[in-house]
Design a protein. Structure first.
Length: 248
């Protein structure tokens, strides 16, 4: 209970313990600063963390149930062919490494920002670009690869996010865990980065694509050009020779 903040009880009841926890851990309070509490800040936590995580989890569960997908159908990551799958597996291992560093240094604000960034990539890049792979009727190898990749991402994300969002992570874990896994997410060992699954070139390439797209959206908004309106040409300018090569 926070003294001098009578609205905290109301926020707790309305948004839940995890939302309140994330908001406080991402505030100046963890660095002995003043906490200027606001409901808007808690709503931002829901928008950047809870909703994208739950929507991603719900998407996976919905289609996995439709297709009767089970753990036994997991594809070995070495067999992945789709660049989106290879990228997300690599990005997930990067998340494991980064979160370990943030926790080790008690940098909770850095950890939370890192989780937000990963969720944006998961929802707005991987799932959005992969929807048709889950929608198609045939149960082919490509769909199995997509399920295996998304399952791995949700499970590992839940485990590394558990110290920050213990209740939501536990709820997701209970439905994703295999019978031979610990009974609770809080009994799991923290994951160790699997460096052999990292694809640094693809990570950099995708990062450049994301930056270019975000800059394009920003420029369109600035000069009032609708996103659906085609452009005659787009010029991507950088002095970095490696970036020029990757963008090409």
């Amino acid at each position: 209970r926070l003294k001098n903040y009578p609205e905290v009880d109301y926020i707790f009841e309305k948004y839940g313990a995890d939302a309140l926890r994330l908001y406080i851990m991402n505030s100046a309070a963890v660095k002995a600063g003043e906490l200027l509490f606001s409901e808007t800040g808690v709503q931002e936590v829901l928008r950047n963390f809870h909703l994208p995580l739950w929507n991603s989890y719900s998407f996976f569960v919905t289609y996995a149930n439709v297709d009767n997908w089970a753990f036994e159908k997991m594809i070995s990551f070495e067999e992945l062919k789709n660049p989106l799958d290879i990228w997300l597996i690599s990005l997930t291992e990067k998340l494991v490494k980064d979160m370990d560093n943030f926790y080790t240094n008690f940098d909770f604000q850095g950890a939370i920002k890192n989780l937000y960034k990963y969720l944006d990539s998961l929802t707005n890049w991987y799932i959005r670009r992969s929807r048709r792979r889950f929608w198609k009727s045939e149960d082919d190898i490509d769909k199995k690869m997509a399920y295996s990749t998304l399952y791995n991402a949700l499970l590992k994300f839940s485990i590394v996010a558990a110290p920050i969002a213990p209740f939501l992570s536990e709820a997701i874990y209970q439905n994703l865990r295999k019978s031979d896994m610990p009974e609770s997410i809080h009994l799991c060992d923290f994951p160790v980065e699997q460096k052999e699954l990292r694809n640094f070139e693809l990570e950099k390439e995708m990062e450049l694509v994301q930056i270019a797209v975000e800059m394009g959206r920003s420029l369109r908004a600035k000069v009032n050009i609708n996103l659906r309106k085609p452009l005659n040409a787009v010029y991507l300018i950088t002095r970095n020779e490696d970036e020029i090569r990757l963008l090409k």
